[in-house]
Ligand binder design. Sequence first.
Ligand SMILES: [Zn+2]
Length: 442
Amino acid sequence: MTRKTALSRRPPLARVLLLGAATLTFSSQGAHAQAMPEPLYVKAGHVMLDPAVGTFETDKTLVVQDGKVTGIVDGFAVPAGAHVIDLRDRWVLPGLIDSHVHLTSDVEEGSGRTLSAAAQAMNGIGKAQIMLNQGFTTVADLNGEAEAVFALRDAVDEGLVMGPHILAAGAAIAAHGGHGDVNGQRREVVLALRSPSVCSGADDCRRATREMIMMGADLVKVAVTGGVLSNTNAGLGQQLTDAEIAAVVDAAHHMGRRVTAHAHGADGIEAFLRAGGDSIEHGTFIDAEGVRMLQKTDRYFIPTLLVGEIITRKAKAPGPGGMSPAQREKALAVGPKMIDAARRVHAAGARIAFGTDVVSNGPETANAREFVLLTQAGLSPLEAIRTATVNGADHLGLSAQAGALTPGHDADLIAVSANPLQDVSILQKVSFVMKTGHVVRD
Ligand SMILES: [Zn+2]
């Protein structure tokens, strides 16, 4: 489940390719470009080394070598001739983590199912660059055409294209005819486009889970309830049976993968947590029992408030607005309720990780708008920052690499021009991005 695990799968051929022309073009962005022999010194006027502590320390220099933070020193004295990045007028934080994106398709553009896998992967290259430029140095892709998403992840890992570290689920495990299947098409089309991740019966859902892992899933996504953007009026309650959900969780855990659930209805949320699942995406209709179970099991809740805001706006817009009647009805049921769910989960003290369910660079849909929405749900700016740093890393099993800048962590960092603890919306205007020691945006 760690990036290391994912990397060990890579064929040696790709490393050979890196020695070719691609190195010249992309090495400054690649996660595995040649290690720098000399340390790099990042002078930070204000730096939040560990969001779990949550304070900005002033006038520190971060020593970066081999893509990692190797030391923190007081003040700005560096050896003569050293390679220096000057962020003395900025607020520096760990790179952000969005635990719920769709790089090869998104809510603004529909499912993209009619595109070839190759075209979807190409689509993802642009989205990956946008995410990284906005300061998201690690993302979890939670549903897409499996071949496209895995190819994109691997290309970023090999330094062939620019993007954040990607953990990829491939296609979501889902019920035949449910959220995640190809709905609203004639049968021949459905059969041609249907993902191998769609299943019926516990054995078949175990098969689907194993097949996604075989294809390359770092983690498993399962759609346990209906969803807004599937073109069917099948509701928002539990769709996979208790036995099917248990089989998915069991199969994933036996292969060392975490499982996260798309879940709106309270019945699906509770069935998934009872089955030992790891985290809840959306969680729109979570009830008191669901919140109690979240706390008791210490699982993460990913509120995806940004997609809630976007689908509400789309559903209320006059005219068809790109939504079918079935989608519009569900969007109006879900969108306005998401912030209330986040408010109740946060008030109860359950753990929250940052996830948007979108990838966009429009001013009203930039992923970092989620920070503002989280504060509207009652989180302090620091609590909101934690969801996208230490909590996100913990949720994805990446605490040793990501989410903090204390020595030993990857040199994934961002900078903004004002204190985000005073105005968290400044995170929508990230002005500097470094990924594994390489400057991506300056
Ligand atoms: Zn999603």
